[in-house]
Design a protein around this ligand. Structure first.
Ligand SMILES: Cc1cc2nc3c(=O)[nH]c(=O)nc-3n(C[C@H](O)[C@H](O)[C@H](O)COP(=O)(O)O)c2cc1C
Length: 193
């Protein structure tokens, strides 16, 4: 790894005014202040068709996965969709495997229209474990998110602090040496194909 950790953000909403993307961008700014280089991988700008295991690197899959592989840490942001994370994010992650995520530090963030944005974070944590990523314990859950933003700015101080700490933590732990491989990493051979 270079001296300066590289952090990428991925937001699982394609909406132009997505609160998820705004929040991931905020986390990246905090990562930048902590000394990282940062980049948002804006899923609106990548051609990632619904994953088909028979298709050989369709669309921008190769470019996308190369960008993820370059990262020392990844901030994954998702909207709460039916109590879980979004299909847009899952589709992007399905193009990835151990090559992209093994030993990579990950920070998780979820925005929700309602009051309980925690289950999407738990589900994403499981996905990351299957990829043998290293997920920081701190996570950012933004409930009733539309009331927490004004003119594109997160105006709730407590939530802003949570998002900023997430950006800081992924830089702090970007170089952590992970524990021995998890059972999932050994047994989940599909992700390594
Ligand atoms: C298909 C769909 C399912 C949703 N399910 C939930 C949900 O289970 N819980 C919740 O709090 N909000 C739910 N919402 C609201 C979104 O979490 C909320 O609108 C969020 O701001 C969307 O993220 P975005 O602004 O990044 O697009 C749902 C929205 C959609 C479109």
């Amino acid at each position: 790894m270079s001296q300066q950790p590289h952090v990428v953000g991925i937001a699982g909403s394609l909406r132009d005014a997505s609160y998820t993307r705004l929040s991931v961008e905020r986390a990246l700014r905090a990562a930048d202040r902590s000394g990282a280089t940062t980049e948002l991988l804006d899923l609106r700008e990548f051609d990632l068709p619904v994953y088909d295991g028979d298709a050989d690197e369709p669309g921008d899959a190769a470019v996308f996965t190369a960008e993820v592989r370059r990262a020392d840490a990844v901030v994954l942001g998702t909207p709460a969709y039916h109590g879980s994370y979004s299909g847009v994010l899952k589709n992007a992650l399905d193009y990835c495997g151990f090559d992209e995520f093994e030993d990579t530090t990950v920070g998780l963030l979820c925005v929700a229209g309602g009051s309980f944005p925690t289950s999407p974070l738990e589900h994403l944590r499981s996905v990351c474990r299957a990829l043998n990523a290293w997920v920081v314990p701190h996570q950012a859950a933004l409930p009733r998110v539309s009331s927490k933003y004004e003119d594109g700015e997160l105006v709730d101080e407590g939530l802003a602090e949570r998002v900023d700490v997430l950006g800081k933590r992924v830089v702090q732990y970007a170089t952590i040496e992970p524990d021995p491989r998890t059972v999932e990493a050994v047994e989940n051979v599909g992700a390594g194909d």
